[in-house]
Ligand binder design. Sequence first.
Ligand code: AMP
Ligand code: ZN
Length: 113
Amino acid sequence: MDDCIFCKIVNKEIPAQVVYEDDEILAFKDIKPLAPVHVLVIPKKHIPDLTAITGEDTGLIGRLHLVATRLAEELGVADSGFRFVNNCKGDGGQVVFHLHFHLLGGRQLRGLG
Ligand code: AMP
Ligand code: ZN
């Protein structure tokens, strides 16, 4: 989608520190990390937010979670613990409107919001 920063990362139009890629999923380091491990896991397909997923996306969303758990192992936070979170729309704190999940770990995370 035009003017979507994450589509531009998917299309290699702007750089990112990619830590995982396959045909349908991309993971890259957050540009403003909030924890020692802060990776964004996204579908390559442009889905604006979590409310826009359909029944056709259930496999994709499941595989995306599997990628996240594998990355948590690779990045050394699977045993210590981590968060895998989505911010949805305004009150959810979403800023980039291409579906993405934050993988956060490497320090004690407290509270929500
Ligand atoms: P959210 O509030 O869930 O929409 O989070 C958007 C996230 O994208 C923030 O944590 C930003 O730091 C991150 N972000 C924005 N632009 C980039 C970029 N070009 N590369 C990596 N992360 C980015
Ligand atoms: Zn997009």
